[in-house]
Write a protein that binds this ligand. Structure first.
Ligand code: MV4
Length: 604
């Protein structure tokens, strides 16, 4: 087994991996960006190394900097988590060349599954059922018309070959919509993956997203841990996941489990991976393989009792899996809600900010995987998912009740999160009946049920002001990019800001915590507060302006689309009225807090 592992990630997944390492007796090494100096994952690790400035392209995505941190820390292996470099074959090859073990599959398996057309071809050859369509690129629209006419038929899904997770995915219901779909998918493929090639699939009208967890070792063992249902998505972002899938019985589970292990074996897979597929009328079709540990792995852990992250580390160290297929038993039901810093009532706009008071739920059957705590800053620069709330109970109905109880216990002050959204969704009839939720989120009927957020406490609640004078003070210092915690014994410094402004480590310990000033002018229930100004919740580029100056808008109407972090964010009117000012144009850059529009109420 390894003695030291570097975790090339941040947030909740970095903490999750560190927990597994600690249980295996492995020392942990964190890496961090300048924005993450005080992040939970950094404090948690045994050692930490600075990578660079905030943008991931200057920190978490820089292969050379990561390899340098591995050498300096003398870690033997790197765990990539999900996102960032987790599915980057070039990273895995670079580690291989440097003699560092990658906790994950071989580069060849990542590459094989990275190209969706290649994956479809390989799977078809291995006898794995794929969604009917092409296994080769469709170069021109004329070619597309011909294949559709000859074999696939309408409606058709046009997907980018470099895609996955819904990026570069368009649907053409009939021939008149084909050109738009074809060009849209190609454009998105070029933008996100520098690959404009597309392929075609029959569009399944109302499938369930069912994925199978697999584990494989280097001794030829490939097993599956049952399935997860991730049908509740918004624009291809999963929001709620559960295991087992409500519509999968033992017979179907054995069938899709066999499909999944055969798919993994076909690419000589090792480690933890997921076969994503669509289930329609009892038929299962391979969609793609995710060659990493996924966000939603926790629900499988809850119903199987198997620690997927630990198994992945064991396999990377050359050990055999600790369980065989016969020993995998599903028990009860587990649900996961993603706790994102997003405002569901504003079209899921990112809602970065600084957390005030913070209390995680507890009690029987409740698990929280988080990467934040009181005072944590949620930057618009990274993934908005700050935590996952996972519950287990004996069946789906009781797990739902337990989740609602846990959501009500979760207190995250000063930050808009999806907690009210989850609370509303889990009380709908559609959730109760385990419907596919196809239109549930888009039709916004759940909006009516959104609970009003608790009113903010008045500022200046005196935290720390009367704290006794400490005689022992901890600081964090960085020496040549390596992080050290130091203890200074003596009278406290006169003001914060000593040591180049480093914040006292463990500031829970009595000293005043530096809290960001509470935002004023945002009173009441938080739905815009009655002001006319619609401010940008994020930094980005205006892609589209959907209203004109002088126009009347309804509350919730689309005002503009802002691209940030390669995501398109719809910004909607916070109130009904007339667009009095509109100081934005397509292509313009906007900063967080900039005025996008001024909407004056009718009659003003
Ligand atoms: C599909 C599909 C229908 N037909 N492919 C792709 C990425 C993943 N986020 C879902 N994707 C879909 N691919 C074909 N050929 C429908 C979806 C889909 C979906 C499927 C199940 C449950 C919810 C879904 C939400 C959006 C899209």
């Amino acid at each position: 087994m390894f003695s030291k592992v570097l975790i090339a990630n941040r947030g909740e997944i970095a903490v999750r991996i560190m927990r597994a390492c600690e249980e295996l007796g492995i020392a942990t090494v964190a890496v961090y960006s300048e924005l993450d100096r005080d992040a939970v994952h950094v404090k948690r690790a045994d050692e930490a190394y600075l990578l660079g400035p905030g943008p991931a392209t200057e920190s978490y995505l820089v292969i050379d900097k990561l390899i340098d941190a591995v050498h300096r820390s003398e870690a033997e292996a790197v765990h990539p988590g999900y996102g960032f470099l987790a599915e980057n074959a070039a990273f895995v090859s670079a580690l291989e060349q440097a003699g560092i073990t990658f906790v994950g599959p071989p580069a060849s398996a990542i590459e094989a599954m990275g190209s969706k057309t290649r994956a479809r071809e390989l799977m078809a050859k291995a006898g794995v059922p794929i969604v009917p369509g092409t296994t080769e690129h469709v170069v021109t629209i004329e070619d597309a018309r011909k294949v559709i006419a000859d074999t696939i038929g309408y409606p058709v899904a046009v997907k980018a070959a470099g895609g996955g997770g819904g990026k570069g995915f368009r649907v053409a219901l009939d021939e008149s919509k084909l050109e738009e779909a074809f060009e849209g998918a190609a454009r998105e493929g070029e933008k996100f993956f520098s690959d404009s090639t597309v392929y075609l699939e029959r569009y399944l009208p109302d499938p369930r997203h069912v994925e199978v967890q697999v584990l494989a070792d280097t001794h030829g063992n490939v097993i599956h841990l049952g399935e997860r249902d991730c049908s509740l998505q918004r624009r291809h972002q999963k929001l709620i996941e559960e295991s087992p899938a409500p519509v999968v019985d033992d017979e179907l589970r054995a069938r899709i489990g066999k499909i999944a292990t055969e798919a993994a074996a076909a690419v000589s897979y090792t480690g933890a991976g997921t076969i994503e597929g669509l289930l329609q009328d009892g038929e299962y079709f391979f969609l793609e393989m995710n060659t990493r540990v996924q966000v939603e792995h926790c629900v499988t852990e809850m119903v199987t009792g198997i620690d997927i992250v630990k198994e992945g580390i064991r396999v990377a160290a050359g050990e055999p899996l600790s369980i065989s297929q016969d020993e995998v038993v599903l028990r009860g039901h587990s649900i996961e809600c993603r706790i994102n810093a997003e405002d569901a009532s504003k079209n899921f706009a990112p809602a970065p900010g600084t957390i005030g008071a913070y209390t995680e739920p507890g009690g029987p059957g409740v698990r929280v995987d988080s990467g934040v705590g009181p005072g944590s800053e949620i930057s618009p620069m990274y993934d908005p998912m700050v935590a996952k709330l996972i519950v287990w109970d004996v069946d789906r109905e009781q797990a739902t009740a337990r989740m609602l109880r846990a959501l009500s216990e979760y207190e995250i002050e000063n930050l808009k999160t999806l907690i009210p959204f989850h609370t509303a969704i889990l009380q709908t009839r559609q959730w109760h009946d385990a419907e596919t939720c196809r239109d549930l989120i888009e039709d916004r009927s759940w909006l009516k049920q959104l609970a009003f957020p608790k009113a903010e406490k008045p500022a200046g609640d005196g935290d720390g002001e009367t704290a006794p004078e400490p005689v022992e003070q901890s600081y964090t210092v960085e020496v040549s990019g390596k992080r050290f915690d130091v203890k200074v014994i003596g009278p406290p410094p006169a003001a914060a800001g000593a040591f180049n402004g480093a914040a006292p480590a463990g500031s829970e310990g009595g000293m005043a915590t530096r809290r960001a000033p509470r935002r004023s002018g945002r009173s009441g229930a938080g739905s815009g507060g009655g002001g006319d100004t619609l401010s940008s919740p994020l930094q980005g580029t205006v892609l589209k302006v959907a209203v004109e100056k002088g126009a009347a808008v309804e509350e919730g109407a689309l005002v503009c689309v802002i691209e940030a972090m390669k995501m398109e964010n719809e910004i909607t009117a916070h109130k009904a009225g007339t667009v009095a000012e509109l100081p934005i144009a397509v292509g313009a850059s906007v900063a967080t807090g900039d005025t996008l529009a001024v909407i004056s109420s009718a009659g003003e």
